[in-house]
Design a protein around this ligand. Structure first.
Ligand SMILES: Cc1cc2nc3c(=O)[nH]c(=O)nc-3n(C[C@H](O)[C@H](O)[C@H](O)COP(=O)(O)OP(=O)(O)OC[C@H]3O[C@@H](n4cnc5c(N)ncnc54)[C@H](O)[C@@H]3O)c2cc1C
Length: 493
């Protein structure tokens, strides 16, 4: 499958992975999967189990993509995904997590709203370091719900989509009783900040038509106490994976595809599954030859990519209260902030500050030290006696050329058939990744399912092309994960 030879000669060296259609002897079809995140690994695993020849090309020197569990604190800290959204049997990842015996810490149950986790475990402070009375937090939370309900009327009145922020402005203009002043206004901004964190984008970019259309799975949100990495490790077992292979070009080749990697080497196969992040496709970092059709190019540009970053701090000792979130309220949602208290879930003295949208991009303009200092200033407002962290980590998902954003979101005015187009193959090129997930984009389980779906579509296409469905048994690619009666391990300390 790999060649250092001139492509013009079609002279691939021995042992290479020739296109199935080139071979004289019947042999399994070959597929190259691009991207070693959960979607690509799931696709590769499924095809390998169905006896296809599979190679996975990953640009980084590690697997996992936007799942990145860091162990330098002496304990697992997820700098990318950390929650299983929907702790229930319907979650496609539940059987695997169950089988691996990975514990979850539930931060909220079924009663949580889409953009938020439950209220009882917050402590909020203002910029001067005073704790916001819990009654005010709850009161403003109710007002925020009413504001959002009123935006539904605005949605019904307007056939054209608009941003959630524009709709909120209209609602507040019409309903003076919902406008907040002083500290209550700052708490309202904090709720907006939490909503922005869910979509990884500012409220002026969240689509009014689509923000609440997601089918949220039941069971609430569960933190992966040991990090997400064990899931990647288990799925990647026995797959032919080539790290440090950044694909730069995908070209038509005989009845298959040819891929070129950064150092000039090329690979051929019967089909390819592309699972690189949507930000990478939007930035045209991979050249398609011939060019992708217009409908595909438009679909790629019609889906947005947001940004979220984490700044993790490890301390000697715990000096903060035993709640799940510590928040700072401020006059604008941009200036609000919050920390996830990992001590509550894992027992480790670790806080993780999260920044989303434009703020997340601004964080990336700072050095790691400056970012940690900025976060410590926030923490010291809440706890003047806060000690300095002994270690810190800063993510940079927005500018990392292998992600170019954290996860996708629906732009204002999204076309209705967008996801069908994003998922649709182009010849022998199939598309996976979180962004093509119709029901659960932006999530780990959505990416996983999208990978399985792409593998299934690719398998069907190749076997139909062979005209001999008997050659390989068409197995259901989703049967692989063993169902067990062991329940998900969920705790709430
Ligand atoms: C900060 C943050 C927090 C998140 N929190 C959660 C959460 O709590 N729960 C949740 O469900 N989801 C969460 N997500 C989203 C979740 O991480 C993603 O939806 C999911 O991991 C995406 O998987 P993927 O396989 O589609 O993409 P990726 O994991 O990005 O995999 C794509 C792979 O392609 C590789 N690649 C890129 N370019 C090339 C190239 N040219 N050639 C070869 N390889 C290439 C990349 O290096 C990467 O490994 C979060 C994401 C971020 C960033």
């Amino acid at each position: 499958m790999e060649s250092n030879e001139s492509i013009g000669n079609n002279n691939f060296f021995d042992g290479t992975f020739l296109s199935h259609f080139e071979r004289q002897q019947p042999s399994p079809p070959s597929v190259i999967v691009i991207g070693g995140g959960i979607s690509g690994i799931a696709a590769a695993r499924a095809l390998r189990n169905a006896s296809f020849k599979v190679v996975l090309l990953e640009s980084r020197d590690r697997l996992g993509g936007r799942i990145h569990t860091d162990y330098t604190f002496g304990c697992p800290v997820d700098m990318g995904a950390s929650w299983l959204h929907g702790v229930c049997n319907e979650n496609s990842l539940a059987p695997l997590i169950r089988c691996l015996g990975l514990p979850l810490y539930r931060t909220s149950g079924d009663n949580s709203v889409l953009y938020d986790h439950d209220l009882e475990s917050y402590v909020l402070f203002d910029m001067a370091g005073y704790q916001v009375p819990q009654t005010l937090v709850i009161e403003v939370g109710e007002i925020f719900k009413r504001i959002l309900q009123e935006t539904e009327k605005v949605r019904d009145e307007n056939s054209r989509d608009m941003s959630v922020l524009d709709a909120i402005t209209i609602v507040l203009g019409r309903n003076p009783d919902l406008r907040q002043q002083g500290l209550a206004h700052e708490v309202l901004q904090w709720y907006i900040c939490r909503m922005e964190a869910w979509f990884a984008v500012d409220a002026d970019m969240i689509s009014l038509k689509n923000w609440d259309q997601e089918q949220v799975l039941s069971g609430g949100h569960g933190l992966m106490v040991q990090g997400y990495h064990p899931v990647i490790q288990a799925l990647a077992k026995d797959i032919d994976i080539r790290l440090n292979h950044r694909v730069t070009k995908i070209s038509d080749w005989v009845n298959g595809v040819m891929l070129t990697v950064e150092d000039g080497r090329s690979f051929v196969a019967d089909a390819v599954i592309v699972t690189v992040p949507h930000g990478v496709l939007k930035a045209n970092l991979i050249e398609f030859k011939p060019k992708l059709p217009g409908w595909k190019v438009d679909a790629i540009s019609d889906l947005g990519v947001g940004n979220e970053n984490k700044i993790a701090l490890r301390f000697d000792t715990v000096f903060w209260p035993n709640v799940e979130f510590l928040g700072i309220v401020a006059p604008t949602s941009y200036a609000c902030g919050y920390f996830l208290n990992l001590h509550k879930a894992t027992g480790q003295p670790v806080l993780v500050y999260m920044a989303a949208g434009r703020f997340a991009y601004d964080i990336e303009k700072l050095s790691d030290k400056e970012a940690a200092n900025f976060v410590m200033l926030q923490l010291k407002k809440m706890f003047p006696d806060a000690t300095e962290p002994i270690k810190y980590l800063v993510s940079r998902w927005g500018t990392d050329r292998d992600s170019l954003g954290s996860y996708s979101f629906d732009l204002v005015g999204k076309p209705a058939d967008l996801y069908e187009k994003l998922q649709a193959p182009v010849g022998n090129i199939f598309f996976g990744g979180e962004a093509v997930s119709m029901d659960h984009s932006g999530s780990v389980h959505g990416a996983y399912t999208a990978g399985l779906q792409a593998a299934e579509d690719c398998q069907r296409h190749l076997l139909e092309g062979l005209g001999n469905m008997e050659l390989l048994k068409l197995v259901s690619l989703r049967d692989e994960t063993v169902e067990t009666m062991v329940p998900l391990q969920i705790s709430r300390i």
